[in-house]
Design a protein. Structure first.
Length: 128
């Protein structure tokens, strides 16, 4: 079973991703909802040694209320060497800004930058 952290303040996005995941054949997923980067980061920080609680995949938005996506990534980079599991991170955002795309390239920990809406095909590629 793959564990996915959804870090996005858009509740509709959370519902949509969960609906799309149900359509992926042969996949079993545990989805953990975070509506801001801060509680997600605090969870990771509190569970660095507990690999079973860490996600396999993080879908991260940029614009979040308290700790935005960039702040989350900066904080994550500081602890990434302590995390005992490989975690893939994809920026999934409504932003089509060249600045944001360029910023995402400056983080070696990001596996991809995807503009919303996330298609079922793209989600399937991310998951596999």
């Amino acid at each position: 079973m793959k564990t996915i952290f959804l870090i996005d303040d858009d509740r509709l996005f959370h519902s949509t991703i969960k609906h799309l995941l149900k359509q992926i054949k042969g996949g079993e997923f545990s989805v953990v909802d975070f509506f801001d980067g801060k509680p997600a980061f605090e969870f990771l920080l509190s569970n660095l040694e507990n690999v079973k609680l860490l996600p396999d995949l993080i879908l991260l938005d940029i614009n979040l209320p308290e700790m935005n996506g960039w702040e989350f990534l900066n904080a994550y980079e500081r602890i990434s060497q302590s995390i005992k599991k490989t975690i893939e991170i994809f920026m999934v955002t409504a932003s089509v800004s060249n600045y944001d795309k360029s910023m995402s390239n400056s983080f070696r920990i990001i596996n991809g930058y995807i503009a919303k809406p996330l298609s079922p095909e793209m989600l399937g590629r991310i998951i596999s």
